[in-house]
Design a protein around this ligand. Sequence first.
Ligand code: ACM
Ligand code: ZN
Length: 653
Amino acid sequence: MFLCDNWLFYLYRPNVVSTMTYLRNFSLILGVLLLLIAPASCQSDGSSAGLSIIPQPRAAIGRTGKFLLKPDTKLIYPKKDAEEWALAVKYFQSIAAPSTGFQLKTETYDKQFTPQPNTICFVADDKMTETEGYVLEVQAALIMIKARTAAGAFYAVQSLRQLFPAPFNGTEKEAYLDWAVPCCSIADAPRFEYRGLHLDVGRHFFSVNDVKRYIDLLAMHKLNTFHWHLTEDQGWRIEIKKYPKLQTVAACRKETMIGHDSDEPRKFDGKEDCGYYTQEEIKSVVAYAKERFVTIVPEIEMPGHAQAALAAYPELGCTGGPYAVAGTWGVFDDVYCAGNEKTFEFLSDVLDEVCALFPGQYVHVGGDECPKERWKVCPKCQKRMKDEKLADEHALQSYFIARAEKMLEKHGKKLIGWDEILEGGLAPNATVMSWRGIEGGIAAAKQHHNVIMTPTSHVYLDYYQSDPATEPLAIGGYLTLEKVYSYEPVPTELSASEAKYIIGTQANVWTEYIPNADQLFYMTYPRACALAEVAWSDKGRRNWADFSNRMRAHFSLLDVMKVPNSKAMYDLSSSFAGSKVNITSPDKMMQVHYTIDGTEPTAASLSYRGPFKLEKSVVVKAASFMGNKKTGKILTVEYLVHKASGKSYTMPR
Ligand code: ACM
Ligand code: ZN
């Protein structure tokens, strides 16, 4: 049929086909592609047609031939809504420039669009149904990107960058001869409308540049929401002009605990730790996110996790203080007083400034982990419960959240809260983030409230991703890349109509044990890649074996971009039986090399070809390699060979 190598070139020959003919033909081709991605004919094995893109597109066909990017390749985009489309175009230019040295020229077109060779053409098509969908056609002559919106075009660019050799994405000029992309046709669109990644900047503060990099990387993976957790017991991070002590007091803690929360006795670093974002900085982050089609959901925690705010304004707590910005981790009893009108005045003022800064539809108000100890004995809180006929302190929390919802509605915003906001009854229009498991999400969906699934079991990226003995200190837990990948956000307990309330999923990155940006990216990547595929790709297109193959190329991309990342996926394991050492590698494409003299293995060390016998006690060190490059951690195991080694034995009864 006509999906052969040169069909599109024929269609694009300048002066041979009119714009209308071209567009008609393109629509035909698009129709065929859309047929290919229709559920009935979709490739359900998750195979990637030899194209390594994460997250996996809905449908992809690889073909022979390649498109060569040249210094004079032109980027052409529509004049209508040019500002929006230019975001996708400029983004491509900005990736291409550092590595290729090409300053690619751009041109806008009106209705007189004439396809030309050696161009990357962006075409708007309002007949396409998916807002964030796109079609990407790579031909030897040109590249065509078609989308309903500029967001779709941006995602096409994100796929395109992954089709180039990895160094294309680097920050340094590369003397590459062939900046080539394989010919292919891709038709793609997301499964979920909400695809999020969270960052806690309360426990550890991250610079504006680190936050921007975080956003850039999540956008690269076609996530569209950055959940910015801005206030915590350990620090208030957003400038609120009406309350200057939030900057001078709440943004600073005297010292920070070192080691794990469970360590006895506790130790502290003795260093003051301060940080907040000015409103000008927030605006610059919002603008940066917008250029990447990312919406920011700011989180202002209430009624709990508020000790930093109480340190600044103690009259907002039940006891009146004094309070200190916390230097330890955990859940604290001192929360906002729900009986004091001043609390609501303060929060209303804060939310006024927050709503003015963030253009997105949602504001997150926390609602998690709010102990009720103070409320139970606070005369003001108890009076509020009596006056409002609230049955218990859970109902008081619901009252609190419902008032926050009203404050947001004044600005036309919607409220999100953690799943504790279900206790005592949901605020009328609240969206629930299910984190303690999936039960909260199920309950909220059954009540016809929108839900974002973020259960600790599958998407808490602060958990260990590999053997704790060889990892930086983390909060605990154990969450491998494969487990994140296995996550299915729509619980089977929901009917098809209830399932519609699951609007998406998100991974959370809490930073009690993440003190710097290198560790932040190491904890986040590649697990955020797996989350991105869960959020974007159709369920039937997900396939762990295929994903782990694509991860090999994706690791090159992350490495070239100098994104710290974990290669725990390549962790080796070993066993010892019958005097023989058996080393298991999860990726059969890797070569395993080992030593038995205590030295670090290199690509020149002994090659592992199967179980080997030990004659004496040794330390075996092994690692997996791709060519000369070590791809994972070194496995170190001490084997003791003695007279009973390899012998059978019987346990006495
Ligand atoms: C949470 O992890 N406390 C929402
Ligand atoms: Zn109170």
